[in-house]
Design a protein around this ligand. Structure first.
Ligand SMILES: *Cc1c(COP(=O)(O)O)cnc(C)c1O
Length: 278
């Protein structure tokens, strides 16, 4: 028996639909049944700031932002005018397609996870202490060269993980599904990343990549669907956006609600971003 819910029925027939969460609850009352907290997002933001001197030294395009990987929040009045129904308030585009280094929202979560793992390895080896200037990592490429960083990707996740991993010194391996664009494979190879190509879809590339990585104790696999670090890296976007709204004098509160429209694939990126926003 198919579930008679009208929203599910619309989805089954590929009809445009809209769903409002009937269990919408304030963040202070919601019990998510998971251990993630706002303090963990703050911790991720602090970690990205520790890495900023290193990022700035490796990627000159982050110079102006002091090594932070961030995008502009641009007013889009013409687009707002062109919408099929009136949209009150002001409309903005958060331009994560312009994020430096990887050119997609994956530059938040993907790069963050690589940096988190790097900090763990470097602290255990005595290369980094909490007081270090993290640009010192540039002198330790040989240390990271003994480790592999692997990921399965249709393209953008591989770009963020591959480019940052190669910059640190890892042997970076990206397992690409058949739908990945050629220019992304070429760009990764130009950074010294190994690209394996698979006939199958994304899940086939993930399965192969994970199996190869799990068989190697010095290999780390970035798990797009289950990684907490990836999720927390995405969540950092919320505080950054809030700072941009604050700087423009735009309040967000009960009288001035913020509606966020966000494209969703597997859900890791929008899950993290909306968790941070909430
Ligand atoms: C990955 C990605 C998304 C969606 O993220 P998911 O975590 O797969 O839902 C949206 N837009 C772009 C450009 C992406 O690379």
């Amino acid at each position: 028996m198919l579930n008679p819910d009208p929203v599910l029925s619309d989805l089954r027939q590929a009809r445009e639909t809209f769903w409002l969460n009937p269990k919408l609850t304030p963040i202070t009352e919601a019990d998510y049944g998971h251990p993630l907290t706002a303090a963990m997002i703050d911790d991720a933001e602090a970690r990205l700031r520790r890495f900023a001197p290193f990022i700035r030294a490796c990627f000159p395009e982050t110079e102006a932002a002091g090594g932070l990987i961030e995008s502009e929040l641009t007013p889009t009045p013409a687009m707002q005018q062109a919408m099929p129904c009136p949209i009150p308030g002001r409309m903005f585009l958060k331009r994560d397609a312009d994020l430096p280094i990887a050119g997609s929202v994956k530059a938040r979560g993907g790069i963050y996870e690589v940096l988190k793992h790097t900090e763990d390895l470097a602290q255990a080896a005595g290369i980094l202490t909490p007081d270090s200037d993290y640009s010192v990592l540039r002198d330790h490429r040989d240390f990271f060269r003994q480790y592999k960083m692997q990921v399965g990707s249709t393209g953008n996740l591989g770009m963020s993980i591959g480019i940052m991993s190669a910059a640190i010194g890892y042997q970076a391996i990206v397992h690409m599904s058949a739908d990945a664009r050629q220019w992304k494979k070429d760009l990764l190879r130009s950074h010294g990343v190994t690209v394996y190509e698979y006939e199958g879809d994304y899940s086939a590339a993930v399965k192969e990549g994970r199996a190869l990585s799990d068989a190697d104790p010095k290999s780390y696999f970035v798990d797009d669907e289950n990684s907490v670090d990836l999720f927390l890296g995405y969540a950092v976007a919320a505080g950054r956006t809030k700072a941009q709204l604050d700087a423009m004098g735009i309040p967000v509160d009960r009288e001035h609600p913020l509606f966020v429209y966000i494209p969703c694939g597997v859900g890791g990126a929008p899950g993290g971003v909306t968790f941070g926003m909430k």
